[in-house]
Design a binder for this molecule. Structure first.
Ligand code: MN3
Length: 200
């Protein structure tokens, strides 16, 4: 069964007032994400070892396998973008109580969490992702990954909230101002209810 592009949970125009335009979502979801899905399906079609595997299984088995590097790039990006659309909300920015408690416990304060996340997102050289993760001991941490890599592949922890920092995610709305895109995400777009729902 071929992988499919999931529909957004909100209209393409729903985030425009909060800093992510309809044009960005049309390009990013309908074009970029679709391209990853199409390419991944092309690889699966030609490789019997990949057929019948879940997306998570393909991410795990292709990570760091030089022969499967092109497969990993597409599978990782498909997984990352499914996560990312859920990490955005037309009512974003509001942090529910349980998650807030965990953030304070792990980072000292919500502001210190945001500073750490922003440092990771801005500090990721070139294309990649910033993540809020829950590590094996239950505490929260911030990490960054290049290109299509994610915490599922690295085994660093469970992804709670991921932010795409590839230029295609912010160039229409913020041009070269990645720090402003990251701050806007944390304050206005981040779906912290989704992040909380990912807690163990
Ligand atoms: Mn992207």
């Amino acid at each position: 069964m071929a992988f499919e592009l999931p529909a957004l949970n909100y209209a393409h125009s729903a985030l425009a007032e909060r800093g992510m335009s309809q044009e960005t979502l049309e390009l990013h979801h309908d074009k970029h994400h679709q391209a990853y899905v199409t390419a991944l399906n092309g690889f699966v079609e030609k490789n019997a070892d990949l057929q019948g595997k879940t997306l998570e299984e393909i991410v795990a088995l292709s990570y760091k396998d030089p022969d499967l590097a092109p497969v990993f790039n597409q599978a990782g990006q498909h997984w990352n973008h499914i996560h990312f659309w859920n990490a955005l909300s037309p009512e974003g920015g509001r942090i529910p109580g349980t998650l807030e408690g965990k953030l304070v416990e792990s980072f000292g304060s919500v502001d210190q969490f945001k500073e750490a996340f922003k440092a990771a997102a801005v500090g990721q050289f070139g294309s990649g992702w910033a993540w809020l993760i829950q590590t094996a001991d239950g505490s929260l941490a911030v990490t960054k990954t290049p290109n299509g890599v994610n915490p599922l592949a690295t085994g660093e922890g469970t992804a709670l909230l991921g932010l795409d920092v590839w230029e295609h995610s912010y160039y229409v709305d913020f041009r070269n101002r990645r720090p402003d895109y990251v701050s806007n995400f944390l304050d206005k777009l981040a779906n912290y209810d989704f992040a909380e729902s990912n807690l163990a």
